[in-house]
Design a protein around this ligand. Sequence first.
Ligand code: 5GP
Length: 172
Amino acid sequence: MSVTVSPLLAADVIHARIQALAAEIRRDNPAGDLHFIGVLKGSVFFMTDLLRAMAGTVTMDFIAVSSYAGTKTTGEVRLLKDVDRGLQDRHVIIVEDIVDTGLTLNYLQELLRARGPRSLRTACLLSKPSRRKVNVPVDYIGFEIEDRFVVGYGLDYDERYRHLPYIGVLTS
Ligand code: 5GP
């Protein structure tokens, strides 16, 4: 069985949207230092492009949680790697690749809110609204997509395809 990736969002389309998101995030907090927390590993490409588009002072950290094995969610979220720095009084922005059921983000927001940040917001490159199980707030969304399993630009299938510069749908 051969697997192919059908392009959904081209690299230049992703790039342009990220420039707009960076401007929007800075507009909402014109003066403050912003502390970004990327969710490993899927957000890595989004995180680095977003931060390079940000004006003003920004800092970054990473957190890792368990995610899918294959294409199905387990519904169970586990912390694999915590952030390195405390969040007390910081303006924190969680950076995630995709919000699907919302379980992962819901877990992360509760975990990080308990650390006493001055503000806590979330940026997701992709959202699949039709799949939502928990009503989790997402402040910045790059693209809303249909219920398709996507790969590329950080998103994997069994650790493969993350390096693709575009986002595509896995078809067999
Ligand atoms: P949620 O907890 O919202 O159901 O799932 C979030 C996580 O599931 C994402 O961080 C991502 O790792 C994974 N995920 C959800 N949908 C997709 C998809 O279409 N493709 C890939 N590669 N991962 C997905």
